[in-house]
Design a binder for this molecule. Structure first.
Ligand code: DAH
Length: 340
């Protein structure tokens, strides 16, 4: 009787294990057959009531059924675990060679790029790259540059005055003064940097923009030297032919002074917002350093002469990349900036 029950249990349970479709399903079958209140436990109870002589042979059967079921259960369980692991590995693999998500490589601002190129160019010609403070004294920004307090040229540069009498530099020219005083003649220097004007902002005016000052002081520096360096500079920057013109220009710190214009690269000379419909863009005022400026830099104008120029870095970048609104340059819009 119990024998038949054991054989039946073995047969049905092995079949249930074999057809188990999930781990839970397998577990249910195990509990029913092998659990504390399962079929095998009930049979064991009956087995305990048997007379000893019957127990020996039946006991063997009982153990073998138990072992069969347990090992089959373990095998099946192992199989489920392997399948689950395989599915998980399939689902959760990582390509560790992929770039991290959400991180984009940065890019240099167009002004920074042009500045770096011009610095390379001039350092290769023996020029030092100098830095000056953005908060300047009136003396460096005006007086030492031959612009005395009553001079009308002060009105040309709408100045942000600070309450302590200092100012935000309106140009990079005060670094000329600092350079002359610090280095003495002969001297070759450039000074890139940020300058400030109290201006109404529109497509071609900003209150904050970038200039690059240049100065060379030596014996017998002439307009010919100036023109040579300016030409070298422009061909280096634009990597192409640009149409230029020289006009006389007035700046208190140079004599003679010039205005170097280039034909507008946005419209090709036909007229647009950047060139104010004129077809020309003032790119580079320059000239021979005024004797008074050399003097205030501690340099004897009878012995030394020099040229100087003030390049509009911001304007230069706009020309080069065809940017027609200066407000883009400091707008911080990544859609704009990542194009360069
Ligand atoms: N500092 C002048 C400005 O910002 C530009 C300038 C003109 C600089 C002539 C120079 C120069 O060095 O020679 O308006």
């Amino acid at each position: 009787m119990l024998e038949a029950q054991l054989e039946e249990l073995r047969r049905t349970t092995l079949a249930r294990f074999a057809s188990a479709f999930s781990q839970e399903n397998l577990e249910e079958a195990r509990v029913e057959a092998l659990g504390r209140k399962g079929t095998l436990a009930q049979i064991s109870k009956e087995f305990g009531k048997l007379p000893p002589e019957q127990r020996a042979s039946l006991g063997k059967l009982l153990n073998s059924v138990k072992q069969d079921l347990e090992s089959e259960y373990e095998a099946k369980k192992h199989k489920f675990e392997q399948e689950q692991l395989a599915a998980r590995l399939e689902r959760e693999w990582l390509d560790v060679t992929l770039p991290a998500p959400g991180v984009r490589p940065g890019s240099l601002h167009p002004i920074t790029q042009i500045q770096a190129e011009i610095e390379d160019l001039f350092t290769s010609l023996g020029f030092a790259v100098l830095d000056g403070p953005e908060v300047e004294t009136e003396e460096h920004n005006f007086d030492a540059l031959n612009i005395p307090p009553t001079h009308p040229a002060r009105d040309m540069q709408d100045t942000f005055w600070l309450t302590n009498g200092h100012l935000l530099r309106t140009h990079t020219s005060p670094v000329q003064v600092r350079g002359m005083r610090a280095l003495g003649p002969p001297l070759r220097m450039i000074a890139p940097g940020r300058v400030f004007r109290n201006e109404e902002v529109d497509a071609s005016h900003e209150h904050t923009f970038y200039q690059l000052e240049g100065m060379m002081v030596d014996r017998n520096v002439s307009v010919a030297n100036l023109i040579y360096f300016m030409k070298t500079l422009l061909s280096g920057i634009f990597h192409r032919d640009v149409v230029v013109r020289l006009r006389p220009g007035y700046f208190p710190f140079v004599e003679p002074g010039f205005e170097l214009d280039i034909q507008c690269l946005i419209c090709g000379g036909s007229g647009c917002a950047v060139c104010k419909q004129s077809g020309w863009v003032e790119l580079m005022p320059c000239g021979l350093v005024h004797p008074n400026v050399l003097r205030s830099g501690g340099i004897d104008p009878d012995e030394w002469s020099g040229f100087a120029f003030g390049l509009g870095l911001t304007r230069m970048a706009m020309m080069r990349y065809g940017i027609d609104d200066i407000r883009q340059m400091q707008g911080g819009d990544l859609r704009f900036l990542t194009q360069f």
